[in-house]
Design a binder for this molecule. Sequence first.
Ligand code: ATP
Ligand code: MG
Length: 419
Amino acid sequence: MVDLLSKKIRGFRDILPDESQKFLFLEEKIHNICPLFNTKQIRIPALESLNLFKRSIGESSDIVTKEMYSFKDKNDEIVCMIPEGTASSMRLAFENNLIYDRGIKKNRFYYYTPMFRHERPQKGRYRQFTQFGVEFMGDESIHEDIDLLLMSRMFFEEIELDGLKLNINSLGLAEDRNKYSQELQSYFNNYPESFTDQQMNTIKNNPLRILDSKDQQLTEIINGAPNISSYINKESLKKFDDMVQILDDLHIDYVINNKLVRGLDYYNDLVFEWKTDQLGTQDAICAGGRYDNLSTVIGNEAIPAVGFAMGIDRVVELLDYQNTDLVVGLSVISSSKSDMSKISTLLRNTDNKFTLIQMDTGKSLTKQIKSAVKSNCDILVIVGSEEISNNILTIKDLRSDRDDRTISFDDFSKFIEEY
Ligand code: ATP
Ligand code: MG
């Protein structure tokens, strides 16, 4: 082992080429799907003022109570590395006048960016992770909610991820939730000996969070808890029913999960999660909901909105992906020192997508072929003096016993396209 000056920090990880390709694959899909939903990319800064999160996410949320990377910078400003993207997106929309601009009253945005949370590292839970987030702003219609769900579903279909379940619930309005929280508190208080001190604290500050506790010992108590649906106002109930009806009409599978509450304060009405059964307790892949009141906290103006954030690291973990890009080896047999660079440049400029691996010109052709096989090349392009003077390439198929072929250099692009 080398004697390293420093190793990576706990909870942070290196993403190596094979895994990186999966990220790239997902990114490409994201950039292709978002325009189909008229959703435009924004890039939010990695640092924000701490205040932005403290008030908007909720003082008693996991993020604010224990997960934020915040510090004083050199000007004594208290800043925070972004733990989530919704508050930033809302701030961005206000600060750049993107919602009530020139008569256009709504806008749809997405971001793809690292997030930072100081939580206990484990599989599927890192201190830096990437989120793909989508925020539809300015429209309170349930059609927005539906379109957002359709977008997430389309993404999972495109990447062929199976075994995901869409969980939905309605949290109603803040008043409903307050009533329900009190009811929950008194219910949980019937079992004081069942909770740890920390859980008792959660019951005091944010009892809804107990409902999505991963503590197995609480399963029975949680199952017996009052149901949020009995506390929700009529209008919200109607909205939820209408939405469920549309989901049925569209043949979208879902489960209504009354224990789904989400960790952040700003949600109302719809909340949802795409869950997998393959990642143990880190089962949420994508989570979101409606947040009609966040804008009032951030910009003192009412802008209804609905959005989700997807944990790309967890998606990568589930992804069954084989890179199918063509791998081309290049052997140049020539005494001229510049020929390898010249020919590589010509091949690279043909506008095709492939991996080009240069073989070691100093070795015999037999050795070069062996090394091309070892490097997993699909074909080897051989260029000697005869090829150079006739403007041709010799192609050796490394995946079959097929005889070598010569093609004219001008046909290389077509050849790659059709391979
Ligand atoms: P959890 O209950 O797993 O802590 P959360 O409610 O804190 O999730 P959100 O804030 O809703 O998560 O973030 C949306 C998604 O981002 C999650 O569903 C998950 O896929 C991903 N995510 C959240 N925290 C992490 C993390 N520390 N490491 C990797 N992915 C994460
Ligand atoms: Mg969390």
